[in-house]
Design a protein around this ligand. Structure first.
Ligand code: FES
Length: 127
């Protein structure tokens, strides 16, 4: 199996068994966004301990890339501080997904990151 196939397999596994899926019963911040082109949406819930993400969950529905993105990103973000995540860029998100993403699927790939940034810094990406 080549590297791209391995990454694709990992992504599909996150889609089939998303980590941190579901609304948290207690949370400090939340935000949601939709992809205007397809109507898919992601909502994220975060509990903070000082500046650190103590717990994080996401909910929503969407394509394999957007849902796997929510799963992978919440796994990555858990336990990190707001400061540590400041520099996590769109390029980093694409690298985390590990697959080639076409221009038309970029919005899917970056949906979860946009919601996370909105939660942490109140920054909504343009749509
Ligand atoms: Fe809707 Fe991917 S097709 S987010």
């Amino acid at each position: 199996m080549d590297t791209q196939s391995l990454y694709r397999e990992e992504l599909l596994e996150h889609y089939r068994n998303p980590q941190n899926f579901g609304k948290l019963s207690h949370f400090d911040i939340s935000s949601k966004q939709s992809n205007p082109f397809c109507g898919d949406h992601v909502e994220m819930f975060i509990t903070l301990e000082k500046d650190k993400i103590k717990n994080i969950g996401f909910d929503g529905r969407g394509c394999a890339i957007s849902m796997a993105g929510g799963s992978m990103l919440t796994e990555f973000a858990k336990g990190k501080t707001k400061e540590e995540l400041t520099s996590f860029s769109e390029k980093d998100m694409l690298a985390l997904l590990g697959i080639e993403v076409s221009e038309t699927r970029k919005k899917c790939a970056l949906l979860a990151l946009s919601v996370l940034k909105d939660c942490l810094y109140g920054v909504k990406s343009k749509s």
